[in-house]
Design a protein around this ligand. Structure first.
Ligand code: SF4
Length: 174
């Protein structure tokens, strides 16, 4: 087995949504080698080969994989987090086992879809950016008529993780 064990090391309420949790977990093995293969196969993954790290989502849950660690935000509770971790471990091990059939993808990222941008925004529909709602902001961001810095809530402490992902996605829009 490539990744033998995942251990949750830290849990706290989500800053942006205290009903949900955020967590960190330690990986028993270095998963750097499998990241380009995950990047090639996981739809809408965000990969930074230099770092290295890879971000993906499972429905509303947002996960970032590092060589020996993962972070997850917006999990419902620890039971839900463990289910997602089991799914991830299986995904990683299955991808590693099939790596001879997959062409690894080392590229930073393909251009993200507006809905992908929307999913990482605070989604408060507060109009502070001058748009009627976050979906309109995402569409204009995609077409280059809006800038991430105009979403004021995104730059508050509560949205740190989402901001990091969006800043990474914005690089692929240029
Ligand atoms: S400022 Fe941000 S959170 Fe508020 S409506 Fe605009 S995109 Fe949405």
């Amino acid at each position: 087995m490539f990744l033998r064990k995942v251990e949750i090391t830290y849990v706290s309420p989500c800053l942006a949504d205290p009903q949900k949790i955020r967590l960190k977990a330690e990986l028993s093995d270095d998963i750097t080698e499998v990241m380009p293969y995950l990047n090639a196969t996981v739809k809408a993954a965000i990969y930074n080969h230099e770092a290295p790290n890879l971000t993906l989502s499972k429905e509303f849950r947002l996960i970032t994989l590092y060589p020996r660690e993962l972070t997850m935000i917006k999990a419902l509770n620890t039971t839900d987090a463990w289910q997602v971790i089991d799914w991830l471990q299986e995904l990683i091990n299955d991808t590693y086992a099939r790596r001879s059939e997959i062409a690894p993808d080392y590229r930073r990222k393909r251009r993200p879809h507006p809905l992908q941008l929307y999913s990482w925004l605070p989604r408060l529909n507060c109009k502070k950016c001058g748009e009627q709602h976050c979906l309109a902001f995402a569409a204009l961001l995609f077409s280059g008529q809006q800038e991430l810095k105009n979403c004021e809530p995104l730059f508050s402490h509560n949205y740190r993780e989402q901001r990091e992902v969006l800043l990474e996605l914005a690089k692929a829009l240029r």
